[in-house]
Design a protein around this ligand. Structure first.
Ligand code: NAD
Length: 336
């Protein structure tokens, strides 16, 4: 039986992966995969990892030395994997489309909750505080939503927006042909959107796509929704823009330094990250801890696709979900 080392395991991972496992001997480790834990992979055929594991060159070199054949990411993003270091040595596979609507619906849930203060109302009413002071939202109908990245999730988000009567504009260096999507330049999107929702991957080009310069261009009071990757937004610049009310609200499922905190319970512990503390305590910010992917439907697809990927690679077949290193193209940042 092939052996799998499974990192950063949470109870729901084990539940879904055990449910569909027929072929593998799996060791579940709670710790993250990084250069310190990678030596554990000796004797395993495959490694299953997640978004906040630190899979840099050192981690990869250790796995290669341990004769691991495949790194199976149980997520769609792979910005935490040094694909260049893995090239021709370790096959890397992902779950590219486990449920785009799962993430898109969470983006809409965050936007609606933040705008209509649902999170505040929940706390108030539990205290029998029925005051409506400070609870005023705005009408979505007629507003302009700027979607950055129109891949699977961006398109699903556009569809989810369909019922709200909003005007959609989008920016993507690789527009989807014949999609009917109204593509504009990044600069136009920044200047004209009432809400900006990020759905592009984290790359060298998209790193801090919303930076100080971008926040200088946006409409006063714009709402930012980020369910993609934390480092798409310069957090310091976002906090400044929130404090001057240039940005009216930020609905965030991701944070650029999340890997030290997200998916773990830090209640009762002083966390050593002032930026995260400021975001969480900001009256115009609503955060969830990278949970946009978390539906029953998505977890089933993640487990099944990961097993299909492992089976392809370990049996010597070509896997359609393999990702390989390509030299980055320079386009997005310069077109702001
Ligand atoms: P996808 O590959 O289908 O689409 C990404 C789109 O972004 C593509 O159309 C691409 O052309 C575009 N793009 C690339 N660089 C860009 C840039 N600089 N500016 C604007 N657009 C750019 O990916 P997807 O399945 O739609 O996922 C999008 C992202 O969502 C993932 O990369 C991942 O970071 C994130 N994600 C988050 C969660 C979560 O739980 N929060 C879950 C899944 C995915």
């Amino acid at each position: 039986m092939k052996r799998i080392a499974f990192f950063d395991t949470k109870p729901y991972d084990k539940l879904y992966f055990d449910r569909f496992n027929e072929d593998y001997d799996i060791s579940y480790f709670e710790g993250k995969l990084n250069k310190h834990s990678a030596p554990i992979t000796r004797g395993y055929d495959a490694v299953v990892a997640f978004v906040n594991d630190d899979i840099n060159k050192e981690t990869i070199d250790i796995m290669v030395e341990n004769n691991v054949k495949v790194l199976a990411m149980r997520c769609s993003g792979f910005s935490n994997v040094d694909l260049k270091a893995a090239k021709d040595k370790l096959t890397v596979v992902t779950v590219p489309a486990y449920s785009p609507y799962t993430v898109a619906e969470h983006a809409m849930a965050l936007l609606l909750s933040l705008n209509r203060k649902i999170h505040k109302a929940y706390n108030r009413t539990r205290d029998f505080n029925f005051s409506l002071n400070g609870m005023t939202g705005f009408l979505l109908r007629g507003k302009t939503v700027g979607v950055i990245g129109t891949g699977k999730i961006g398109q699903a988000f556009i569809e989810v927006c369909g019922g709200f009567g909003v005007n959609i504009i989008a920016y993507d260096p690789y527009p989807v042909e014949n999609s009917g999507i109204n593509y504009v330049s990044l600069e136009y999107l920044l200047k004209n959107s009432d809400i900006i929702s990020l759905h592009c991957p984290l790359t060298e080009q998209s790193y801090h796509i919303l930076d100080r310069e971008a926040f200088g261009l946006v409409k006063d009071g714009v709402y930012i929704v980020n369910t993609s990757r934390g480092a798409l937004v310069d957090t310091e610049a976002l906090l400044e823009a929130l404090n001057t009310e240039k940005v009216g609200g930020a609905a965030l499922d991701v944070y650029e330094e999340e890997s030290d905190f997200f998916f773990e319970d830090f209640s009762g512990i002083v966390i050593n990250d002032d930026m995260l503390s400021l975001l969480i305590s900001h009256p115009h910010v609503l955060m969830t801890a990278h949970q946009a992917f978390l539906t029953d439907d998505a977890l089933i697809t993640i487990a099944k696709t990961t097993y299909d990927n492992l089976s392809d690679v370990l049996s010597g077949e070509k896997c359609k979900n393999e990702v390989v290193y390509h030299e980055p193209k320079k386009e997005a940042k310069s077109s702001k």
